[in-house]
Design a protein around this ligand. Structure first.
Ligand SMILES: Cc1cc2nc3c(=O)[nH]c(=O)nc-3n(C[C@H](O)[C@H](O)[C@H](O)COP(=O)(O)OP(=O)(O)OC[C@H]3O[C@@H](n4cnc5c(N)ncnc54)[C@H](O)[C@@H]3O)c2cc1C
Length: 130
């Protein structure tokens, strides 16, 4: 959400081509649209996992689904946000690269993306592919 917010504010302020904000370009709006849609879906996913936990019905594959999706989504948002900031995206004047580097390690330490895939795959097929 920090990366998305940074990219949104930057896209409105940064003018390029005919003195227009880059937020006025369709390709930039597509990236912002993707991010806010995926952030919203990710929030709904963890809300549902929380509801299952409160009801005593949560299972480990639900946790895997939330971690696998939301860490991937956050990392993709960081990458898209960095892209929207152009060269400024790699500068430490903005928070994006710090989040991106942190998220690269989160993608491993919250359980790797691939191992979460195997956990969900085992749950839906009943077949162990580890
Ligand atoms: C910053 C940081 C903090 C951490 N903090 C903690 C902590 O507080 N507590 C804790 O317990 N651990 C912690 N860890 C360890 C973390 O949980 C492990 O690094 C993680 O589970 C991956 O294990 P590994 O590094 O041994 O990689 P490996 O298990 O060697 O995996 C390497 C690669 O092989 C893939 N792989 C492995 N097995 C399979 C398979 N069967 N099929 C397909 N692909 C496979 C993985 O997905 C990954 O891409 C931390 C790690 C980091 C980086």
């Amino acid at each position: 959400m920090s990366c998305y917010d940074c990219a949104l504010q930057y896209a409105i302020l940064r003018k390029q081509w005919r003195d227009q904000p880059i937020a006025s370009h369709q390709l930039v709006q597509d990236k912002l649209t993707w991010m806010i849609s995926e952030i919203t879906k990710a929030q709904l996913l963890v809300l549902q996992v929380g509801r299952l936990k409160d009801a005593g019905k949560v299972e480990h594959q639900h946790i895997s689904m939330a971690k696998r999706n939301n860490v991937w989504m956050a990392l993709e948002c960081a990458r898209l946000s960095r892209d929207i900031l152009g060269a400024n995206g790699v500068a430490d004047d903005y928070p994006i690269m710090r989040h991106m580097m942190n998220l690269e390690s989160v993608k491993t330490y919250e359980g790797t993306h691939d191992v979460h895939s195997l956990i969900i795959g085992q749950s839906v097929t009943g077949i162990d592919a580890f």
